[in-house]
Structures are given as C-alpha cells and as structure tokens.
Design a protein. Structure first.
Lengths: 188, 213
C-alpha cells in the first residue's frame, strides 16, 4: 500500500504554530511564567521571545478564532521592553509557539544585539527647494533637520551633539546594501 | 466575454454585432469588467492566487528605499511646516504690530469704551426695570379688585338663591300636610295625554281633566 499523500489546497501562510489561546488554555495556571515565541520574529538572529505574566480569558465569539488577553514581558531583537505589553488583538494569530522549559536557554543565552544605528540630525534639501532657499537666505549649502520619531520598537536614534552618525542620509537613491548590490550592476 | 478591449481596434463581426458599431466609427468601451456587486465568477471560485516569492536582495533593497523615501519626505514636510510657523510668528502682513506702551494704551482705551457701554446699558436697564415694576404693581392691583368684585357677585348670587329657596319652602309637602296633599292629588288626577286635530289644536286629556284645558 502506497503512502497516503496529503495535498493542501488554498492560500499558503507564513504563520506556523497555534493561537495563543490554544497554548495558554491547555497549561496549568494558564502558563504563567512560561516562554512563548512568535515564529514570524524568528527571522531575526537576535532573540525574540515573550514571558507570560498574566492571562485573562475572553468569551469565544462565533465564527472567529478565540482571542485571549495576555500580559507579557516582551524581548524583541535582544531588547527587553521596560513595561509589560498586553497582547489581545494579535492573540488570534496561529503563529505562537510554547518553548519547552529545557529549551529556554537557547533564547536566554543568545546575547546577540542589533548593531546601533545613529542617524545624522541634518540632511540636504531636494534640488529645486535647495535652489529656492539658497536664493532666499544666501546660504550656500542649506540643510534641514532629519525627521525621526522615537517609538518603543525603533532601535535607531538621532546623533547627539558631536557624535558621529553611523548612517548617512541624502536626497537621492543612496547606496544599496551589500546584499542587493548586484541589482544595480552597471547602473551605479 | 467581459474583456473585449483587445477586439476594439480590430472589430470583428462578433464585436460589431455586440456593440452595435460599424467599421467606420471607432467605439471606445471603457471599464469593460465585472461590476463590483456581482459575485466571483463561477470559473474563478476555486482559483487560488499564487504568492510571488520575493528574493532576499530585492526585499532588502525595497525596504531600504522605502525607509529612505519616508525619511526624506517627512523631513521636508517638517521643514515646510516649521517655516510656515516661523513666518506666521515673524510676519506683520496680516496684523498691526504695537510696542508694549501702545498695547497697554490700546487696552486701556478698550476698557474705557467697555465701561462706557456698560454704564449706558445699566441706565437703560434701570429705566426698563422701573417701568416693568410699575406695570406689575398696576396689574396686581387690578387683579385684586377684580377678585373682590367676583367674590361679591358670587355672594350675591348665593343669597338670592337662598331667598328663593326659602320662598319655595312654603309650598313643600311635609309630614304634617302629607295626607292633605295626597287627598288633593287623588281628587284631581292629571292626564298628560293629548291629541292634535288637522288645524293643529292640542286637545288635552282623554277621560280626566287635563292640566290646562
């Protein structure tokens, strides 16, 4: 008898794992203190994991994946958030995975960090606007402030006074990353 | 066929029959597609759209370009916004600029004008309130007078009614004259029947004496 072949039909997904309720609902004490991961974030070499602090069950809604309100301590790309984070609206995604207790050291001993990105505070103007401003102010090389809004999950920052930025910003296409250099073969 | 666009410049007989056009007139058919409110075509119900794989280099480069563009755009927008604010603060185009002394004097002048207005309105208000007070006093007085008159009339009517009743009570049937009244009634039976003749005369009573015959 030949092996039965399962043929999947339908749209494919990048998610892998279970919804948060499927994990948390099966654990004693709702899995408080256990580690869960989002498989989508395992693309980063830095450790991304969450530790469950509090669980509140939510009634099941018909025709919907069951959601659950979970407060976690979140570590994302090697940085632990100072405040606990509540997961509710994304808890239905079938992308969570429980980490067995004896596997947790894989994440805890991973000490990779994102290399710091320091952005310059000044940037040149677009060509036409630059000409106008040159005429108006008489400044030979006018510069504008770089717009940057710090949020909890942004790992870059603006340069302090006298600090050397690690990245240069300009009003053109810029330099492609090393990985994608060959897309520009013979163009740049 | 919903997508008949390819046949437009090479009109076959089928297309001509469909659109009612001839070979001379070029007919443009815009938006020749399924209307939004129609359901998915039967032939497409089970179609699964293919997911295009993006290569790593392409993804990285697109992300970099996107971030770059957003930073540039937001920086320029921020610059322009700041410039507008700066111009509004320093420009004297749409308002008159005063020294602090002038501003103080202008403020004092405004206060005086306001006080004058207030005084004038207060005067008018007092006159109006006095008038209203007088009118109210007169009205209340009038109401009191009318009330007194009404009470007087009422008492008068009641007195009159009592007097009338007393007058009537002389003919009342009491226990003392009950027998006499019965005797009188039996002696004078009253018949309320009557007949009309052709002239319209009323003929009262049938056998006994009528009330007013």
């Amino acid at each position: 008898m030949s092996q039965k072949v399962i043929k999947y039909i339908g749209r494919t997904t990048d998610f892998r794992g279970n919804t948060l309720w499927e994990i948390v609902g099966n654990l004693s004490d709702w899995g408080i203190g256990r580690m869960v991961i989002r498989n989508m974030f395992q693309r980063y070499p830095e450790p991304c994991y969450m530790r469950i602090l509090k669980v509140q069950a939510v009634n099941e809604q018909p025709d919907n994946e069951r959601k659950v309100r979970v407060t976690v301590e979140k570590t994302w790309r090697g940085v632990t958030q100072p405040k606990p984070v509540e997961i509710y609206s994304t808890s239905y995604k079938a992308d969570y995975e429980l980490v067995p207790v004896d596997q947790e050291h894989k994440f805890l001993t991973n000490t990779k960090k994102v290399e710091p990105v320091v952005l310059p505070t000044k940037m040149e103007l677009p060509p036409l606007l630059r000409e106008y401003i040159k005429d108006e102010t008489g400044d030979a090389n006018p510069l504008i402030n770089v717009h940057f809004k710090k949020t909890h999950n942004k790992l870059a920052r603006l340069a302090q006074a006298g600090e050397q930025p690690t990245r240069q910003l300009s009003m053109d296409v810029g330099q492609p990353a090393k990985v994608s250099a060959k897309l520009y073969d013979g163009l740049l | 066929m919903l997508r008949a666009g390819c046949q437009l410049f090479n009109p076959s007989t089928v297309a001509a029959a469909k659109t009612g056009s001839n070979n001379f007139a070029l007919e443009f058919v815009r938006w020749r597609r399924k209307p939004r409110w129609l359901p998915v075509a039967k032939s497409k119900v089970f179609r699964v759209p293919e997911r295009k794989k993006q290569s790593e280099e392409e993804r990285t480069e697109l992300m970099r370009l996107h971030n770059n563009y957003k930073t540039q755009l937001r920086s320029v927008r921020q610059y322009l916004r700041e410039e507008v604010v700066r111009q509004q603060e320093t420009s004297t185009a749409d308002h008159i600029v005063f020294t602090p002394e002038q501003e103080e004097a202008e403020f004092q002048r405004c206060l005086e004008v306001n006080a004058a207005w207030n005084a004038q309105i207060a005067k008018e208000r007092e006159v109006r309130l006095a008038k209203e007070r007088e009118e109210k006093v007169a009205y209340i007085q009038e109401r009191i007078e009318a009330g007194k008159l009404r009470a007087e009339e009422q008492r008068e009517r009641a007195d009159q009614r009592i007097r009338h009743e007393i007058e009537q009570s002389k003919t009342f049937i009491t226990r003392d004259n009950l027998d006499a009244a019965i005797e009188t009634a039996l002696a004078n039976p009253v018949d309320h029947n009557y007949a009309l003749d052709l002239e319209g005369n009323m003929l009262r009573g049938r056998t006994t004496q009528s009330l007013t015959s």
